[in-house]
Design a protein around this ligand. Structure first.
Ligand code: ITT
Length: 211
């Protein structure tokens, strides 16, 4: 199959940074939404990571008419029955656990983190995992998905400003620092996104060679 370029369709700047590095050694041209003149809004209203990733893939691919990669990712906290889960990006704003406002001079990430720490205040079980579901999709032709997990626990207080999202409060298993204290290269060795991307690159390398 001839595929000369692929668009990584995400608006999240943290993800864009990580994906760009993860695809550095890849054979085909990788574009991001920053390379496109205009974009569309896709509502993530499905019940699973995979369905949301697939919905984004179809809508972006139909709009741009090129192969796309999309990801839906999130944090699942065991003591909260898997929340924030698919609501990770807008956890602060949902009814579950009470809404949290985004204060002046702070980001949605800050409000999400404050809410999560509030809900875990009296909990001894702080286990959690990051999930990444990635979809590669060529309109009318081909679709494939991969997934990756990163297991760990939620810290008592936020630390580090190198990552994005919940990174400052996530301590990966086997480490004593948060993902917010990891350099991007270090995070890209162990993350949920890196694992799902590794699987996808294996599939794409075969697909692109087997014509
Ligand atoms: P796109 O839909 O445009 O890709 P988004 O930020 O809305 O961007 P998701 O719907 O996949 O992306 O939401 C994922 C949220 O989960 C993200 O906003 C973070 O809060 C959190 N998250 C996912 N991966 C993360 C990571 O590696 N580190 C920290 N937080 C992460």
């Amino acid at each position: 199959m001839i595929v000369d370029k692929v668009l990584i369709a995400t608006k999240n700047k943290g993800k864009i940074r990580e994906f760009k590095k993860l695809f550095e050694d890849f054979d085909i041209k990788v574009l991001t939404l920053e390379d496109m003149p205009e974009s569309i809004e896709v509502e993530e209203d499905r019940q699973t990571f995979l369905e949301n990733a697939l919905k984004k893939a179809k809508e972006y691919a139909d709009f741009y008419k090129i192969p796309v990669i999309t990801e839906d990712a999130g944090l699942e906290v065991y003591a909260l029955n898997g929340y924030p889960g698919i609501y990770s990006a807008r956890f602060y704003s949902i009814d579950f656990g009470g809404k949290e406002e985004v204060r002046e001079n702070e980001t949605k990430d800050n409000a999400n983190i404050r809410k999560l720490l509030r809900l875990l205040k009296d909990k001894t079980n702080r286990k959690a995992r990051f999930v990444s579901n990635i979809v590669f999709y060529i309109p009318e032709k081909y679709g494939v998905w991969t997934e990756g997990y990163l297991y760990g626990k939620i810290a008592e207080v936020p630390k580090g400003d190198k990552g994005f999202g919940y990174d400052p409060i996530f301590i990966p298993e086997g480490y004593s620092k948060t993902l917010g204290e990891f350099d991007i290269e270090e995070k890209n060795k162990i993350s949920h996104r890196a694992k799902a991307t590794y699987q996808l690159k294996k599939i794409l390398n075969k697909l692109l060679k087997n014509d």
